[in-house]
Ligand binder design. Structure first.
Ligand code: E4P
Length: 223
């Protein structure tokens, strides 16, 4: 399972890339708004320059024609853009048009297997089931990820699943076990994934034991 960062914060994106574990980014209008009143195009271009893989950039129009026009503009900003389009009837129409043109679409706001089936049929490169938001209304969001992964692999379809609306590290584990191709995680969750108290205790103990006997002698020759 690949990891994307679910943010529009450049410092967090740079750190994720530096760690060598983040290969893509997903943004949405709410995440961009969190960064203040920014120049959307300039911000997306900067993110795309830092990130090696796809950067999902959402359209704002609600109608097919507007979505297609916006997508045509957005893909000129960088080569690694995936256009994010909501799983609505207008979104499906737009995705069918864009997919035929070879534009990568991430069908977002997916809350049912039916929507995912339609996303795959319309040619979306990615489909994003929103796990946390389904959990919020008393459903099991990860069950949807499992169902979509099963469906796509049963029919050998190329659409990739991005487990989205990830709220905690247990979601990451379950997404990986479910066979999601990608999980898009908030920066805080990414940091929690590496954290373990036994690792911290272990590192401290190794250092103390070494220092007790070796003093400050290190591995590199002293200058
Ligand atoms: C996915 O691409 C979305 O940006 C994101 O995961 C939304 O999650 P939220 O429920 O935390 O807003």
């Amino acid at each position: 399972m690949r990891l994307f960062l679910d943010t529009a914060n450049l410092a967090h994106i740079r750190h994720g890339i530096e760690l060598g574990v983040v290969t893509g980014v997903t943004t949405n209008p709410s995440l961009v708004s969190k960064e203040g009143k920014v120049d959307y195009k300039a911000l997306v271009k900067e993110i795309c320059a830092v990130v090696p893989g796809p950067v999902s950039t959402e359209v704002l129009s609600l109608e097919c024609d507007g979505m297609v026009d916006e997508a045509h503009e957005i893909v000129t900003w960088a080569e690694n853009i995936a256009v994010k389009i909501p799983a609505t009837t207008e979104g499906l129409k737009a995705t069918s048009v864009l997919a035929k043109e070879g534009i990568k679409v991430n069908m977002t706001l997916c809350f049912s297997l039916n929507q995912a089936i339609l996303a795959a049929q319309s040619g979306a490169a990615f489909v994003s089931p929103f796990v946390g938001r389904l959990d919020d209304i008393g459903e099991n969001g990860m069950d949807l990820v499992v169902d979509i992964v099963d469906y796509l692999s049963y029919y050998n379809l190329p659409t990739q699943v991005i487990a989205a609306s990830i709220r905690h590290t247990a979601h990451c584990l379950s997404a990986a076990k479910a066979g999601a191709h990608i999980a898009t995680v908030p920066y805080g969750v990414l940091l929690q994934m590496v954290a373990h108290p036994l690792t911290d205790i272990g590192v401290r103990r190794f250092t103390d034991d070494w220092n007790k006997v070796m003093g400050n002698a290190g591995i590199l020759p002293q200058q």
